[in-house]
Design a protein around this ligand. Structure first.
Ligand code: NAD
Length: 539
């Protein structure tokens, strides 16, 4: 169904002045506002729809929410559907219906569609990166990387259409064949965060599709445009109606997607706090529940480390994506023999980082994604000071001149941090790094393991024995040697331990385990009853 005045691409044009308040606005309220505004300040604001059962449709609520540029709050990117549980319900029903057809499409054919999707993302990469920087702030170089990751994952999972290997094993009995095959589960709910707004959806949706499942996708409200761009690619690649559904909205939509009886898999990436709620909502229905949550990752720098390399790693790991990565190196522990030298270099280099809007290629660090995220950063700076850590660099919001229209903060480093301080224990998700001292590798590992989370860790050392010891003894899902805690590749499993994850893994062939389940098959071609598990003398 296409509404009057809508294009068939998820957008509908609305010529309107920017709505000043970041609160909900109904289309009629916006219309009234438009009429009152002088034409000189008019600009084109698009309204974007949900994608349900192959159609771009507005929410039944009639409400929309704003998507604004975190580097410039005067820049209104678009209006998105403030959906209700009714919209989510319609999407689930569509996905349930579509499953009956999609599960029977041969996996290599499903994969052909993924190949086409990957090609389309390649063609649209630059525009997608620009849209992403505009809506969530990270610098262009990084948003290009985010889109590239979606391309890599889509090609990788397309390849899995011709694999999805099962096992064939010898049977205990004569004239009997034994094997296992993967089977899809049905409707999968995908609930995603804003920090990797195209990569993370691709990590979930592509393996789900290639395994034969159907999808209802709810992105973070801060990054609906990148999510919509991704869904549009799937539509243009020829995804059958109902196989992928897209619903924008908040916690109530996410709650229904976690609870609904027809949903068989919930795949969630986001904070540990929300992940716990998702887990509780999914449990009574015995759904497969895949959680990727918060992190408090560490870089360990030994006294034999190549110090300049370690400094480079800490800058990229700590301040890349403005510290808003689940794998961000928000903790650094340094051997006391090189602590002063490291801190001097790290602080000097952090102060020289160029902060500003990500669309300017000259900038290295963009804004925080939202006012609330910036407030979290500023509150942790105060906590760090009160806890007695030494503020070595940064510590302030940047709000003079053009900075004032965005959510910018100085790259911030605390030294003399005690491992039990809150700034060393809690996820801040901003440009704040805590530096601690250690006297030995054992102490560094104990500090590394001494947090609730377990996503990523790294060591800088030239001693292979130390590298392997740390690799074995750090309890995280990802580990790096002589590299920062960030930079995963799509063909290895991705995920964490403890409060970061619940045992599943994203990416690589491990992702297939989330979106399929095993069926073991025995074929007896003896023509008589053969009894397994019963003692027999026959050879
Ligand atoms: P968030 O938990 O606030 O939101 C994540 C998603 O959950 C959003 O789509 C949100 O709308 C939805 N949601 C909110 N309440 C819900 C509810 N009650 N039920 C169901 N869904 C609900 O997280 P965020 O701020 O978008 O992202 C930042 C967090 O994500 C950080 O903690 C970060 O570490 C984590 N993260 C983890 C990984 C990983 O792989 N481990 C990757 C990226 C981000």
């Amino acid at each position: 169904m296409q509404l009057p005045g809508e294009r068939g691409d998820g957008h509908s044009g609305t010529s309107c002045r920017r709505v000043a308040s970041p609160t909900l606005a109904t289309p009629s309220a916006i219309g009234a506002l438009c009429e009152r505004m002088p034409t000189t300040v008019q600009s084109k604001v698009q309204t974007y729809n949900n994608f349900i059962d192959g159609e771009w449709v507005p929410s039944r609520t009639g409400k929309v929410f704003e998507n604004r540029n975190p580097a410039d709050q005067d820049d209104l990117i678009g209006l998105f559907q403030e959906s209700s549980v009714d919209d989510a319900q319609a999407a689930i029903v569509a996905a349930e219906r579509a499953y009956e057809h999609w599960r029977l499409v041969p996996a290599p054919k499903r994969a052909e569609l993924l190949f086409r999707a990957a090609q389309l993302i390649v063609e649209r990469k630059e525009q997608f990166a620009r849209d992403m920087t505009r809506e969530m702030g990270k610098v262009l170089e990084e948003t290009r990387g985010d889109v590239q990751e979606a391309i890599d994952m889509t090609y990788f999972m397309a390849g899995e259409g011709r694999r999805q290997h099962g096992q064939t094993v010898p049977s205990e009995l004569r004239d009997k064949f034994a094997m296992s095959v993967r089977q899809p589960l049905g409707v999968c709910s995908m609930i995603t965060p804003w920090n990797f707004p195209m990569a993370i959806p691709s990590w979930k949706i592509m393996p789900a599709l290639v395994c034969g499942n159907t999808v209802v996708f709810k992105p973070a409200t801060l990054t609906p445009l990148s999510a919509l761009n991704f869904v549009k690619v799937l539509e243009d690649a020829g995804i059958p109606k109902g196989v992928v559904n897209f619903v924008t909205g908040g916690a109530d939509v996410g709650t229904l997607l976690s609870r609904h009886d027809a949903v068989k898999v919930v795949s969630f990436t986001g904070s540990t706090q929300v992940g716990r709620m998702v887990s509780e909502n999914a449990a009574p229905g015995f759904k497969k529940c895949h959680l990727e949550m918060g992190g408090k990752n560490i870089i360990m720098i030994m006294d034999d480390a190549q110090l300049e390399l370690a400094v480079e790693g800490c800058l990229w790991g700590g301040f890349g994506t403005t510290g808003q990565r689940c794998t961000a190196a928000s903790r650094v522990v340094v051997h006391e023999k090189v602590y002063d030298a490291f801190v001097e270099q790290f602080t000097r280099r952090a102060k020289a980082l160029r902060v500003g809007p990500g669309l300017n290629e000259n900038n290295q660090v963009g804004p925080s994604v939202s006012e609330s995220q910036l407030n979290t950063v500023m509150s942790y700076v105060e906590i760090g000071k009160k806890e007695g850590a030494t503020l070595l660099a940064g510590g302030h919001r940047l709000d003079s001149g053009d900075f004032g229209r965005g959510f910018f903060h100085e790259p911030t480093i605390f030294g003399d941090v005690h491992p039990k301080m809150r700034i060393a224990q809690e996820e801040i998700f901003g440009p704040v790094v805590s530096v601690m001292r250690c006297r030995s590798l054992d102490e560094a590992i104990a500090i590394g393991n001494g947090v609730a989370y377990g996503l990523s860790a790294s060591i800088y050392t030239r001693d292979i024995n130390k590298a392997f010891t740390a690799m074995r003894d750090i309890y995280t899902g990802i580990f790096y040697v002589n590299a920062p805690t960030i930079g995963a590749e799509v063909h290895l499993p991705f995920g964490g331990t403890k409060a970061t994850g619940n045992g599943h893994r994203e990416a690589g062939t491990a992702a297939l385990d989330v979106f399929s389940e095993w069926k073991s098959i025995y074929v007896d071609f003896s023509g008589k009853l053969q009894r397994a598990q019963i003692d027999t003398q026959e050879l």
